[in-house]
Design a binder for this molecule. Structure first.
Ligand SMILES: Nc1ncnc2c1ncn2[C@@H]1O[C@H](COP(=O)(O)OP(=O)(O)O)[C@@H](O)[C@H]1O
Ligand SMILES: [Mg+2]
Length: 342
């Protein structure tokens, strides 16, 4: 299936210089990325970064203003029909028919892919089983919980055995338990050799599932690499301390200034100060000495290795899960979640 124009023969996804504007709003300002066949790429970024725009272009739903995009060597602009035949897409919002049962939803998608009645029904049964939906197979989708809908939606995207799967924020809005279950399904698929491009705002999700990550912010790639490479980029350890009142944060930051090896970050809400330091435990001892004679009351202090949240904070100046947020609060009952998954 690979055509000679294809740059890296083992890349299942190739994106070069992708640009897209909506009126005066630049959604993509020149994005490059590749995803090796059989691997998982985590496309990370805050709300509005351009993640869904990349996915929509790669899945032939939107044309770029400039740049090139290929899926398994097929150009998305020149041959959208062939691209659609090798991909699966699960959007940010589940696209299931409320009034059809789980089984009927999957059977219908099979027929849309022209699998034939027999094969469509067989695939539907198989996938319902795989996504723990067999018991709910004959119930209308409108009775499903948010997590069940998401599973049904992913099952639908797998009907035609896609080589490349696009998952756009697959766990946004799910409660923690459904999120864990979804992670297992995705890890399973990746283990089976499906190439996956996954967008997410959750760094833990990318850390667990993705082989490599591309971080975008305001339509530009700001970092790329494995989780370890990204963490190394931030470097060193961080001294973290919690003070007894937000007013003390400024004083604490000033006192610890001589130790700071980079930008100190203060969070008023958690009354926590995070200071990048060199020298590990020496820095910790020195910090305690600097604070000892002061009026700052320290409730908690410790050293921490950088995690992806630090990477994000360092790169973008804001936390990954900042901004407008359409997640539902955790711990809702399935019945409450059922009506609001769209
Ligand atoms: N159809 C559209 N019309 C106008 N602006 C859009 C449209 N789709 C996306 N945008 C804008 O493009 C930017 C990137 O959006 P999007 O790709 O949805 O980001 P993300 O998925 O990372 O949250 C945002 O500023 C968004 O408001
Ligand atoms: Mg999006």
């Amino acid at each position: 299936m690979l055509t000679p124009s294809f740059a890296g023969m083992s890349d299942a996804i190739l994106v070069e210089g992708l640009q897209k504007r909506f009126g005066s709003n630049t959604a993509l300002a020149g994005v490059d990325l590749t995803v090796p066949e059989g691997s998982v790429l985590g496309l990370l970024g805050p709300n509005g970064a351009g993640k869904t725009t990349v996915v929509r272009i790669l899945t032939t739903l939107l044309a770029p203003d400039a740049g090139r995009a290929e899926v398994v060597g097929i150009d998305v602009l020149r041959d959208p029909g062939r691209v659609r035949s090798v991909i699966g897409l699960t959007g940010q919002y589940a696209a299931v028919d409320e009034y059809l049962t789980g089984f009927e939803n999957l059977e219908m998608v099979g027929r849309l892919y022209r699998l034939g009645r027999r094969e469509s029904r067989a695939r539907a049964g198989e996938l319902l089983e795989r996504f723990d939906l067999t018991d709910a197979a004959d119930r209308p989708a409108k009775t499903y919980s948010g997590g069940m809908r998401r599973r049904l939606d992913i099952a639908a995207s797998l009907i035609a055995r896609p080589r490349v799967l696009f998952l756009d924020e697959p766990t946004t809005g799910l409660d923690p338990r459904s999120r864990l279950a979804m992670w297992e399904f995705i890890a399973d698929l990746a283990g089976g050799g499906t190439t996956i491009l996954l967008t997410t705002q959750y760094l833990e999700e990318a850390d667990r599932l993705a082989d490599r990550m591309v971080v975008i912010d305001r339509g530009r790639v700001i970092a790329r690499g494995t989780a370890d490479e990204l963490k190394a980029q931030v470097g060193g350890q961080r001294l973290e301390l919690t003070v007894s009142s937000a007013a003390e944060l400024t004083d604490a930051a000033r006192l610890l200034e001589p130790l700071a090896a980079g930008d100190t970050h203060a969070d008023e809400q958690t009354r926590r100060l995070s200071v990048p330091v060199r020298g590990g435990t020496d820095a910790l001892a020195e910090a305690l000495r600097l604070l000892a004679g002061s009026s700052v009351e320290v409730l908690d202090v410790g050293l921490r290795r950088p995690d992806l949240d630090d990477v994000f904070l360092t790169l973008t100046g804001h936390a990954a899960e900042d901004g407008t947020d359409d997640r539902e609060p955790a711990g809702r009952t399935p019945a409450e979640t059922a009506g609001s998954a769209r």
